[in-house]
Design a protein around this ligand. Structure first.
Ligand code: TTP
Ligand code: MG
Length: 387
């Protein structure tokens, strides 16, 4: 299965938060300093960067370059809070998130074709929600692996979105300077420059034995990166104790058929999340909230752990049927807990043919119920998601 990795990096993060909160600072050179080492710039707004101010520059030097700059102290705790809000938006799109810093994370969005026509739609929606809900811009790269995604997110800052499809990887990298390759510092760059190699394309076109003679062991990895190959997985920060989704409806639902349709849609989401994490669970819990706000949960523990929408849906349906009343339903949720590592069986990459068939059938059924376009339009995602 084609892997899709997204790298998201906020633009001028600390400075953008200050400009968001104090509109009079917008369009002005804002320099945030004093986050760690005293007297060093943490970040500068893009307006200030035009004067040559950048992160880690001594503040004195920044004042010299940009005398009319607006220097602000660092409010690290507050920026960390905004960072958590960003993470929450990301969690609506993938359970597999690897944060690298307050303003940067990798997301594995592999397998989203069940929910979206194209992974680019996910990238646009994540950027869109960060903008509309938090008033901040992010730059994103979407590519078949971490290395390409990270390079891509940095290319069109600010507010960029760069997509690298597998067949475009070599052409995408070729003109870029070798300093973009992970592991190429000043010393390696100098050795390569001495042999007239300054771009990634030139490095990719150089024989491994020559590179090994100049650079030793690191040549193999550099050559792979230069060819756009990188197999490192996105490693989630925490393994969840449960995987679930719930939805509050705009209008209370009375129709049993409609309730089952919503359950199926939740089951598809939960199963997909489980498989993305390589997990399976034995306990299926449904949550029901009625018009009167009375809320119940009902659980069943299966004999075998599952990551399949059909099993999750069938179990949830029985639980809901047993609990139904004539009152309208306000909220429905499905959670799978009692999780075990799927030992490969529930990995997106190793679903055997029979399981794939079950998945496809469940999605077909969903399509039949919702009409052909529902699954591919991303309406399976939480209701706040813009179309
Ligand atoms: P970066 O993502 O490196 O920078 P940025 O978000 O400010 O700008 P860009 O648009 O180029 O991504 O770092 C994120 C935040 O981390 C940054 O806003 C401030 C903080 N930071 C420091 O405190 N010191 C540093 O040396 C760097 C590089 C960042
Ligand atoms: Mg950033």
């Amino acid at each position: 299965m084609q892997r899709w990795i997204m790298h998201v990096d906020m633009d001028a993060f600390f400075a953008s938060i200050e400009q968001r909160d104090q509109p009079e600072l917008r369009g002005k050179p804002v320099i945030v300093g004093g986050c760690g080492l005293r007297g060093v710039v943490a970040t500068a707004s893009y307006e200030a960067r035009r004067f040559g101010v950048h992160s880690a520059m001594p503040s004195q030097e920044a004042r010299r370059r940009c005398p009319h700059g607006i220097f602000l102290p660092c409010n690290h705790r507050y920026y960390a809070k905004v960072s958590r809000q960003i993470r929450q938006i990301m969690q609506d799109f993938s359970p597999l998130i690897e944060p690298l810093s307050l303003d940067e994370a990798f997301l594995d969005v592999t397998g989203m074709e069940w929910l979206y026509p194209d992974p680019v739609v996910i990238a646009k929606q994540i950027k869109g929600r960060i903008q509309s809900e938090l008033g901040l811009t992010a730059s994103a790269g979407l590519a078949p692996n971490k290395f390409l995604a990270k390079v891509a997110s940095d290319l069109r800052k600010p507010d960029g979105l760069v997509v690298v499809r597998p067949e475009e990887a070599a052409a995408f990298l070729a003109p870029l300077p070798i300093s973009r390759l992970w592991g190429v510092g000043a010393a390696t760059a100098k050795v390569l420059a001495d042999h007239d190699i300054t771009t990634i394309g030139q490095l990719a076109g150089t024989g491994l034995s020559r590179l090994e003679a100049w650079l030793g062991h690191s040549a193999v990895e550099l050559k792979q990166l230069a060819a756009g190959q990188d197999n490192r997985p996105v490693v989630a920060e925490h393994t969840p104790k449960s995987v679930g989704n719930e939805e509050t409806f705009e209008h209370d639902i009375y129709d049993v058929d409609e309730i089952e349709t919503q359950l199926l849609r939740l089951a598809v989401q939960v199963a997909w999340r489980l498989r993305l994490l390589g997990l399976a669970g034995r306990t299926v819990t449904v949550k029901l909230r009625w018009r009167s706000f009375r809320t119940i949960t009902r659980s069943r523990t299966l004999t075998e752990a599952t990551c399949l929408e059909k099993v999750i849906y069938d179990t949830a349906k029985e639980l809901v049927q047993a609990a139904m009343t004539s009152e309208g339903v306000r909220l429905l949720g499905i959670t799978v807990s009692n999780l075990t590592s799927g030992s490969g069986q529930c990995s997106l990459f190793e679903l055997d043919a029979q399981k794939q068939l079950a998945v496809a059938q469940a999605v077909d059924k969903l399509r039949a119920k919702f009409g052909g376009e529902i699954v591919s339009r991303g309406r399976l995602l939480p209701h706040k998601t813009p179309q």
